[in-house]
Design a protein around this ligand. Structure first.
Ligand code: ATP
Length: 583
């Protein structure tokens, strides 16, 4: 969709605001052409000594009143229009946010966060200006131009008007040339601002690491370079925009010279009165605004177009995950994986290859294996963050892709290794998936996740603010708050992706015990590096290099012996480590 179409659709939806602003502008234009005519009559009456004092005062008062009314109307249309244009900004930001929320990891892997943030601020502002200021100033300028030029030709003298307007086509050509340069420079400025934003975002989120590695100076130098580059691009765009004004100035000077020359001759010939020449001069002066408006509108429009170009590529980028499914809610039953393979783009080997696995409803599956084996990948496939290139995953007999994404989100509670806490109270963080949960339910979930006592010890208990602007919780506490959140959501499938890694073995054991006691038909998949977390699972799957190499209970896997199985071998190592720690 082009910017013009976007704005046209918006204008249609806010027709009333634009129509009333347009009407106000029409009133202004009428008064604007009335003024010079009136002044011309006044000058002629004065020259011919036809004016007595009371009439002169009355005429001057009328002119003054017209000026005041024009001022008032100009304020009115701006107020009216800005409301509508801000609405455009709100709508675009909401669309962008919705779209970003639907995108999968593949999208975010190729986009920079800071740049996406710049889109939501700078670029949306530029489109907002194009839809408000530019549209109405364009309308106003055109209207004034047509009415003033028309009055000049019809009410004063058409020959004079034709000669005076001669330089204007040259100005139009200059404007066209300048505006194409403004477009390129604006695009560059917006892109560089995005890069700068990205650097700030990365630096702020990694500030501790930067300090620890002593990289502050290098980061500052890079910042200075990026800020300089962004400023240069903005200055370049401004330099091109600044050329609109001299183009207007030169055009008007030439038009004035031409009209004075011809106008003087016409007065000399007795074909034009001095009053008419005065009106004509005033009309010419009134063309300054449409000229400036044209330059301004073109600058805003080009900036808006550059911004919309960047915005629309993100808004129109197809979703990484299709949401074409229709089945909702998720059906009761187990999970069935058949020949599932996934190859990440740009990677040389498959992260998962031809995986077959059955996970009955209500059972707990332990998922283990060396690092990079594909455990998290399997979780991502179940969450539909990625779609397998081949094979199929069924849940309750229905293919995963046939469910609506919303049904899947509601059916799965997922706890990643590094959960995110938002800037809100602990209670709100736990109740994220179920904002209507009662304090008693929140506390029950916290007890199951073995975090209740920790929360009680916080300065304001459950009301303590956490997240970016609150109390800092330890890694283990964050993980347990996230587990409480998942338990409260009470979904039929619970995915713990190394979600207990920062919790000590004893607490881990107690959480898993609670989970078992409370599971009520819930299927649980526990990914862990620590085998003690999966030893009580109904089945344990061992992945190596994307392949399922062992699948059995803890006892059966141990029975294979350390020579034959990764699990038994790893178990022995971990047992030794534990006894060494205790020694
Ligand atoms: P860990 O125990 O370290 O968390 P894992 O078993 O969960 O490892 P995965 O994260 O599933 O392993 O990764 C499996 C393989 O896929 C690895 O070789 C990894 O480098 C690769 N991989 C993971 N995510 C991506 C991605 N987004 N793009 C490309 N390759 C990826």
């Amino acid at each position: 969709m082009s910017l013009a179409r976007l704005i046209l659709a918006f204008v249609r939806r806010h027709a009333w605001a634009y129509a009333s602003a347009g009407l106000t502008l029409f009133g202004i234009a009428l008064l604007t052409v009335w003024l010079p005519r009136q002044i011309g009559h006044l000058v002629d009456a004065l020259v011919q000594h036809r004016l007595d004092r009371p009439t002169l005062v009355w005429e001057l008062a009328r002119l003054l009143l017209a000026g005041v009314v024009i001022y008032g109307l100009r304020v009115a249309w701006r107020l009216q229009l800005f409301g509508a244009a801000y609405q455009m900004g709100v709508e675009l930001r909401a669309r962008l946010y919705e779209r970003l929320a639907l995108q999968g990891p593949r999208f975010f892997q190729t986009r920079r966060t800071g740049d996406l943030m710049a889109l939501a601020t700078n670029d949306v502002d530029a489109v907002e200006m194009a839809s408000g200021e530019a549209v109405l100033a364009g309308f106003d300028g055109t209207l004034t131009l047509v009415m003033v030029a028309g009055t000049m030709a019809l009410a004063v003298d058409w020959r004079l008007a034709a000669v005076a307007l001669l330089p204007f086509p040259f100005m139009a050509a200059a404007f066209w040339w300048i505006s194409s340069r403004v477009h390129d420079a604006s695009r560059l400025a917006l892109e560089r601002f995005g890069t700068l934003n990205d650097h700030v975002q990365e630096t702020l989120s990694g500030v501790r690491t930067l300090r620890a590695l002593g990289l502050e100076a290098r980061s500052s130098t890079r910042f200075a370079q990026l800020a300089g580059a962004a400023a240069d691009a903005s200055a370049l765009s401004q330099r091109w925009e600044a050329r609109y004004e001299p183009a207007v100035g030169i055009t008007l000077a030439v038009a004035n010279a031409l009209s004075l020359g011809l106008g003087g001759w016409l007065v000399w010939q007795g074909e034009l009165s001095i009053g008419q020449l005065t009106s004509f001069g005033l009309y010419l002066g009134q063309l300054v605004w449409p000229m400036f408006a044209a330059g301004w509108v073109l600058a805003l429009w080009e900036r808006g177009r550059a911004a919309w170009g960047r915005l629309s590529t993100v808004l129109e980028e197809p979703l990484a995950i299709d949401d074409d499914g229709t089945v909702t809610p998720v059906q009761a039953g187990g999970l069935q994986l058949r020949g599932v393979s996934l190859h990440y783009p740009g990677s040389t080997r498959a992260a998962l290859s031809a995986l077959d696995l059955d996970i009955p409803q209500g059972s707990t599956l332990g998922l283990v294996g060396p690092t990079g084996a594909g455990k998290s990948t399997l979780i991502r496939l179940l969450l539909r963050q990625w779609t397998p290139q081949s094979g199929q995953i069924r849940w309750g007999g229905v293919a995963l892709a046939d469910y609506t994404l919303e049904a899947l989100r509601a059916g799965i509670a997922w706890v990643p290794q590094e959960p995110i806490l938002f800037s809100a109270s602990v209670a709100e963080n736990i109740a994220l998936g179920r904002p209507d949960a009662s304090p008693a339910e929140i506390e029950a979930a916290a007890r199951l996740a073995a975090v209740h006592e920790d929360i009680e010890r916080l300065p304001q208990g459950y009301a303590t603010p956490v997240g970016e602007r609150g109390v800092t919780l330890s890694g283990g506490q964050r993980q347990r708050v996230a587990i409480a959140r998942a338990l409260l959501a009470d979904a039929p499938l619970l995915l713990l992706d190394d979600a207990l890694s920062a919790v000590d073995t004893e607490t881990e054991h107690s959480i898993l015990q609670h989970l078992r006691a409370q599971r009520q038909g819930r299927t649980v998949i526990v990914v862990s590096h620590r085998l003690s977390a999966v030893m009580d699972a109904d089945a344990i799957a061992v992945l190596r290099q994307g392949q399922l190499v062992e699948l059995d209970t803890h006892e059966a896997l141990l029975a294979k012996g350390v020579q034959a199985g990764w699990y038994a071998h790893q178990w022995r190592i971990q047992q030794l480590e534990t006894s060494l720690d205790q020694a």
